[in-house]
Every structure is written in structure tokens, then in C-alpha cells.
Design a protein around this ligand. Structure first.
Ligand SMILES: *Cc1c(COP(=O)(O)O)cnc(C)c1O
Length: 232
């Protein structure tokens, strides 16, 4: 019953515009079902194989979010069902997601991951790389209008940005990094939207820093250990 309590406690703190992704990586299906039975319908996993096994076993009204680093050759295993891919960090990956989505006649929503932390180990794009991707998506969109052709991005939709702050006790630093991501997101929301570029989700904040993230403008938090307990 602890999971239900934790979930209700966190939900009571979230403003209405903030979506909760329950990060269930490493946890058994029984734990996820407890969250499901308490009303949770969005789950986040960081390994495609583990997510697929859970998807197979669990009710079909669940939205599965891939929050981990994605290898291009594994996209095919989740293309049939994944709702949102948070960690898109290259053009090559975006093209592969498009290709696999097309096979299932779907449009897959994606977030572009931005590198905001001090730690080199974290994944993500810098602003220059972000702009390169956006330019490519735009060009394709225009080319399509001219040639009445299918663009290479017909089966993806960029719906926002994701980022992870440095793992630190220093609240000021975390705040600075989230504010940086928010400023990039704000710039993005000023560019003209297209059918496959509609950035309105800002995914930032985990168990240790989601309150700060929300105060900096997050619209989606990814919370694991505060719901399901610590992981091994
Ligand atoms: C594991 C993970 C989370 C959740 O972390 P907690 O600290 O357990 O809340 C959030 N986002 C990403 C990308 C993760 O890998």
C-alpha cells in the first residue's frame, strides 16, 4: 500500500498542468499494477526490452514512455506501442524512429534531449545541434509542400524538450540548469509550428529535484524512487 500513498502524496503536490510519469525501471509488474490500480496510467522505463515485457503483461490503456538513452537498432522493438520517447539526441535516431513508426502506420511523439548538466556523462544535444535538427525538420516540411512528397519525418512529431540536471546537493546549480533549459524551450515555442513540430512539453525533474523543476517551468516530471522506493 506504500506505493499508493507515495503516489497520492506526490500527485497532491503537482500543479494541474504538470504530468506525472511514474518511473518504474527495475521494478516488478506487481509494483506497477499497484500504481495502476491507484489510477496511474503513464509509466517510464529506460530499457526497451524491459519496457516491452511489461507492456506485454499489463493493461493496454497504459502510456509507455521511454526515458533512457535509445540505441537506433532497438527502436523497432517499441515502435508498435511507445507513446513518447524522451531522450532523442541525434538526427540519425529521429530518422530511425520515423522509419519504424511508418512500418506500424503510426506517428511517434518525441522529445529532444538537451544537455544541461555539468557532468559530461549525461546525454543530450547542445543548442547548436538542436538547431541543426530543427532546421532539417523544417526543410523537409517545406520540401514536402513543394514536391508533394513524403518527408523523412512524416511519422514523428517533436513535442518538446527533456533535460536532466547535475546530480548535486547544490540547489542553485540545479535551478540554473533548469532555467537554462526553460529559456531554450521558450525560444522554441516562438518559432512557427508545423504538423510535426509542436513543442509544448518540457520534461524535467526527478525525485530529488522535481519541486525546483516545476518552479522553473516543467510540465512533465519523471519520478521513480519517491513512488516505488529506492532501486538496487
Ligand atoms: C531513473 C530516471 C528517473 C527517475 O529517477 P528517480 O530519482 O528515481 O526519481 C528520471 N529520469 C530519468 C531519465 C531516469 O533515468
Amino acid at each position: 500500500m506504500k506505493i499508493k500513498e507515495n503516489l497520492n502524496n506526490i500527485k497532491s503536490q503537482l500543479p494541474a498542468h504538470v504530468t506525472l510519469v511514474a518511473v518504474s525501471k527495475t521494478k516488478p509488474v506487481a509494483d506497477l499494477m499497484e500504481a495502476y490500480n491507484s489510477g496511474q496510467r503513464i509509466f517510464g522505463e529506460n530499457k526497451i526490452q524491459e519496457m516491452t515485457e511489461k507492456w506485454e503483461q499489463m493493461p493496454k490503456d497504459i502510456e509507455w514512455h521511454m526515458i533512457g538513452h535509445v540505441q537506433s537498432n532497438k527502436v523497432k522493438f517499441m515502435a508498435e506501442y511507445v507513446s513518447l520517447i524522451h531522450g532523442v539526441d541525434s538526427l540519425k535516431l529521429l530518422q530511425e524512429i520515423n522509419k519504424q513508426a511508418k512500418k506500424h502506420n503510426r506517428i511517434i511523439d518525441c522529445l529532444l534531449q538537451i544537455h544541461i548538466a555539468e557532468e559530461e556523462t549525461k546525454f543530450g544535444l547542445d543548442e547548436l545541434e538542436l538547431n541543426e535538427i530543427l532546421t532539417r525538420v523544417y526543410e523537409q516540411c517545406e520540401a514536402k509542400q513543394v514536391q508533394n512528397d513524403k518527408s523523412e519525418f512524416e511519422n514523428i512529431r517533436i513535442v518538446g524538450l527533456m533535460g536532466m540536471a547535475t546530480y548535486t546537493e547544490n540547489q542553485n546549480q540545479i535551478e540554473k540548469e533548469f532555467n537554462h533549459l526553460k529559456s531554450i524551450f521558450d525560444k522554441l515555442s516562438k518559432i512557427p509550428f508545423t504538423h510535426n513540430l509542436k513543442p509544448n512539453i518540457l520534461s524535467m525533474g526527478m525525485s530529488g529535484d522535481y519541486q525546483i523543476a516545476i518552479s522553473c517551468g516543467s510540465t512533465m516530471v519523471r519520478i521513480g524512487s519517491s513512488i516505488f522506493g529506492t532501486r538496487n
